[in-house]
Design a protein around this ligand. Structure first.
Ligand code: MN
Length: 204
């Protein structure tokens, strides 16, 4: 068994002008593909053969750095493509919209925390909106290709929204202006997809 690059649910230029086509093409077809290839190459003899990607993440402290970095890279990017859309932006409704109000006060208070988590992550990493075991929502960030599913993460939970703040996600268009990329990312968030993940986790 080996892992495969999932199909991208839209064209490379679909997120223009917020995320440019060349960044999307390189990010998906080279960076994500490399995580998948390197994960598959690291599997034989690792003890992780036959595990789901979720289970690899949950038990990642048992495995090599290659499994952690590339398994995380595959998991994180698979989520990332799914939670963006050319019809994105706006605010979440339904149960997730209510939960965001409950835990953060308002959508804009949530957004400020999330944007700050991405902007202040030193070096490479991700910002997350997670559902914790007690079903509360939290915002956090992780370094490199770690994620909150991992047993090594400082913040634990199930991510329902993730924002890649590696330079490869924005440098061609935004250079060093990470906050401009974060503001642009807000316009492509596929909130119905995030709501669906929230509802699946909550069983509603
Ligand atoms: Mn990336």
């Amino acid at each position: 068994m080996s892992f495969q690059l999932p199909s991208l649910p839209y064209a490379y230029d679909a997120l223009e002008p917020h995320i440019d086509a060349l960044t999307m093409e390189i990010h998906y077809s080279r960076h994500h593909q490399a995580y998948v290839t390197n994960l598959n190459n690291a599997l034989p003899g690792s003890g992780a053969e036959g595990l789901s990607l979720d289970d690899i993440c949950r038990q990642v402290s048992r495995f090599s750095a290659a499994i952690r970095n590339n398994g995380g890279g595959h998991w994180n990017h698979s989520l990332f493509w799914e939670i963006m859309s050319p019809q994105g932006g706006g605010e979440p409704g339904g149960a997730l919209g209510e939960a965001i109000q409950n835990y953060f006060g308002s959508f804009s208070d949530f957004w400020n925390q999330f944007a700050q988590a991405g902007a202040t992550r030193f070096g490479s990493g991700w910002a997350w909106l997670c559902v914790k075991d007690d079903k509360s929502l939290c915002v956090c960030s992780t370094p490199n290709q770690d994620n909150p599913l991992m047993d090594v993460a400082e913040c634990r939970g199930v991510p329902i929204l993730g924002m890649d703040v590696w330079e490869h996600a924005y440098y061609l268009k935004y250079q060093n202006r990470r906050p401009d990329y974060i503001a642009a990312f807000k316009n492509v968030i596929n909130w119905p997809a995030v709501e669906k993940r929230y509802q699946q986790f909550m069983g509603i």
